[in-house]
Design a protein around this ligand. Sequence first.
Ligand code: ATP
Ligand code: MG
Length: 135
Amino acid sequence: MATNRTFTMIKPDATKDNHIGGILGMIEQGGFRIVELQKVELTPERAGEFYAVHKERPFYGDLVKYMSSGPIVAAILEKDNAVADFRTLIGATNPANAEDGTIRKKYAKSIEANAVHGSDSDENAEIEGKFFFGK
Ligand code: ATP
Ligand code: MG
């Protein structure tokens, strides 16, 4: 069962700006256990595949370029109610709307360079975890 796991990426802007430690600290403080962790650079092809669900959206090309612009940190996280609780911890997609105390409020620069990814369902958490870790 994958119900208590989610998947995250620390995106290129946050990785480049030395916020890996700060973000992983907030994740652990939030009660998540880091199950898998990997720093890696996505090719445009891999980034495009990861975000294929957004292929028809106007921002897709820029998103793929951005997500392959530098290293990211991928992780599988474990906690009760992991997917929903992690979405709460990261805050709104647009940091202008993110609540105080959230990761995006603290670290996101814009709606695109928004510091972290979080899976939106148990099913996608499993698919995304496999995409990076094969398990
Ligand atoms: P993520 O999937 O990265 O956790 P999310 O679920 O909050 O983010 P999605 O709607 O899935 O938001 O969008 C995926 C990513 O695409 C966003 O995190 C952001 O980087 C980018 N994005 C979303 N909407 C826009 C937009 N209007 N303009 C530019 N980039 C956008
Ligand atoms: Mg999403």
